[in-house]
Design a protein around this ligand. Structure first.
Ligand SMILES: [Zn+2]
Length: 289
């Protein structure tokens, strides 16, 4: 079985990206795994601190490992948006393959200092764990917002990206390149899309030569996602779109079986709804028609 780093290197040389999908329950994991396995592509399952708290950090790790072992399939587990070292250590001890160590809310030099410390601590537990660092402000909350202001967003510059990467030694960088967490209602309705700063991604890639993650991919124009991957994005995070599909699937499942109380008769509608979204995103990221 290839390591996460090897899978990323292969994706980079093939000009494709790995899909990262957040999960908070078993229906979501099942949907993500089914879609990736059916399309024969590797995939990353992510869980933020809130999602881990609900699921159980060790329980989630055990479940993802069970899919990997039983099917021999490259499904990796990422500790998404982790804001403290104890929380990152808990995930790595549980067997997570990577950690998004997110101190982007701190002053830049403080973010560098603490990220560097965290990398040393995390790699002393598992030398092959990948650590992602965050710079810039891409908002919080993968949900439906009243407003997302990307027009006045301060984009990550190539020189600060290089400084951050060289000072910390991170494996993966998440820059602010027009992306933002969450969606607004007009994106849910399909009337508007997010757009990315493709040239800036290209500059950051050239300046850093590390793996790049695009956060807040939900609601982004397909062409922008494709171009961002060509410009150097290696991992694309999708969460809000999955949460929407999860809710719609649940409502459908309940609506169609009004007097049903058997979970395994209601919940397949959720899996199917989420799996469709994951499948369509994976096809786009992997250049499959
Ligand atoms: Zn994110």
């Amino acid at each position: 079985m290839k390591t996460f780093r090897e899978i990323l290197q292969k994706a980079e040389s093939d000009g494709v990206a790995i899909g990262h999908f957040n999960v908070a329950d078993f229906t979501l994991i099942k949907a993500v795994f089914n879609a990736a396995h059916e399309l024969r592509v590797p995939v990353v399952v992510g869980a933020s601190e809130g999602e881990r708290k609900f699921f159980g950090t060790r329980q989630l790790a055990a479940l993802v490992k069970s899919f990997r072992d039983e099917f021999g399939w490259p499904i990796f587990l990422n500790a998404d948006h982790t804001h403290s070292l104890p929380s990152a250590l808990e995930a790595v001890n549980a067997g997570f393959d990577s950690v998004v160590f997110d101190l982007s809310a701190l002053p830049f030099e403080e973010n560098i200092r603490q990220t560097k410390e965290a990398i040393e601590a995390l790699k002393s537990i598992n030398p092959s764990v990948l650590v992602e660092g965050e710079i810039g402000d891409i908002g919080t909350g993968s949900e439906i917002h009243q407003d997302i202001k990307t027009s006045d967003q301060i984009l990550t510059t190539a020189s600060e990206a290089r400084h951050f990467v060289e000072s910390t030694g991170i494996d993966i960088l998440a820059p602010a390149v027009g992306n933002a967490h969450g969606m607004v209602q007009s994106m849910v309705d399909g009337a508007t899309k997010k757009h990315l700063q493709i040239e800036r991604i290209r500059e950051i890639k050239a300046a850093t030569n590390v793996f790049l993650t695009l956060h807040g991919g939900s609601g982004t124009a397909d062409a922008d996602l494709k171009h961002s991957i060509e410009a150097g994005i290696n991992i694309v995070h999708i969460n809000t779109e999955l949460r929407l599909a999860w809710r719609r699937g649940l409502e459908d499942g309940l609506e169609k079986r009004k007097s049903e109380v058997v979970p395994y008769k209601i919940l397949p509608a959720v899996v199917e709804s989420v799996q469709q979204v994951v499948g369509s995103r994976l096809r786009l990221f992997s250049n499959l028609s």
